[in-house]
Ligand binder design. Structure first.
Ligand code: ATP
Length: 261
């Protein structure tokens, strides 16, 4: 079974193919790490796979059905999205922001089980002390952690995240990704995560999809997708690989100049 499938997606902006024939799938119980340099098309692909982008061609299947034919409410029961940027000017409490994640299941107002679930998620993510603070009054990293809590409150079989650790310190980066990996193991959730940190991507993903100029350059286990050749061709840097306590280490170096200067 596949939770999310993209078939031959093509998106052109300003005569530029931002997505150029991309096919990708995410199944239950796996984390797919989407990596690639700035402007590669990661956010565009993420939004396309959520049915939020007009496409020149291609189609996206969510839970086996064309996403265009699935209502917003049903989509929200199937997939939760953590966007790259948290909206400003959103003066609700942390608790209410997470409760919004329960909207696809609620009638006019939240039930006791919705409230209990949000309380539980906030506690598990060490956010209970912020529950009644306004979202607008939080730091960037705190807000990013709340957006993850909101997505988890949605209790979907699929979670799509666009750079969910970009504002987090190293402790919270590890904590958040470990928490997501636990969701995969315990609940069989499928995850698509766009992320810049190649070592973290390698450590937590079952599969890596490497995007460059709108095309998938490599896809597979990180040892296959992230090689000196693919990193050189996409990021324009050299890389050395290692392992520390079982965790991959990927160190970038400036490429040596050919022929000197
Ligand atoms: N509205 C737009 N009009 C024209 N070009 C756009 C528009 N939105 C995005 N692009 C271009 O599409 C390309 C892909 O952008 P996208 O945001 O998907 O990249 P990304 O891989 O997520 O980058 P980053 O790592 O910097 O977040 C970029 O070259 C960007 O400039």
């Amino acid at each position: 079974m596949t939770l999310l499938e993209a078939h031959n997606l093509r998106r052109v902006l300003n005569d530029n193919a931002v997505l150029d024939g991309i096919s990708l799938r995410v199944g239950p119980g796996e984390i797919v790490g989407l990596v690639g340099p700035n402007g590669a098309g990661k956010s565009t692909l993420v939004r396309a796979m959520l049915g939020q982008t007009r496409l020149e061609s291609g189609r996206v299947l969510l839970d086996g059905r064309d996403i265009a034919g699935i209502s917003a409410r049903e989509r929200a029961r199937l997939v939760a999205y953590v966007p790259q940027r948290t909206p400003d000017g959103f003066p609700v409490s942390v608790f209410d922001a997470c409760l919004l994640g329960r909207t696809p299941y609620m009638g006019m107002s939240p039930g006791a089980c919705d409230i209990a679930l949000v309380e539980e998620v906030l506690e598990k993510l060490n956010l209970s002390s912020l529950a009644f603070r306004s979202l607008d009054a939080l730091s960037g990293g705190e807000r990013q952690r709340v957006m993850l809590a909101r997505a988890l409150s949605q209790q979907t079989p699929l979670i799509v995240l666009d750079e969910p650790t970009s504002a987090l310190d190293i402790g919270n980066q590890l904590f958040s990704l470990r928490f997501l990996a636990d969701q995969v193991r315990e609940r069989g959730v499928g995850i698509l995560v766009a992320i810049h940190d190649l070592a973290l991507a390698a450590r937590f993903s079952n599969r890596i999809a490497l995007l460059h100029r709108g095309q998938l350059i490599a896809e597979g286990p990180w040892q296959h997708a992230l090689t000196q050749e693919t990193i050189r061709a996409t990021y324009g840097v050299d890389a050395e690989f290692g392992e520390l306590n079982g965790a991959p280490v990927i160190a970038p170096f400036e490429m040596e100049r050919q022929g000197g200067a």
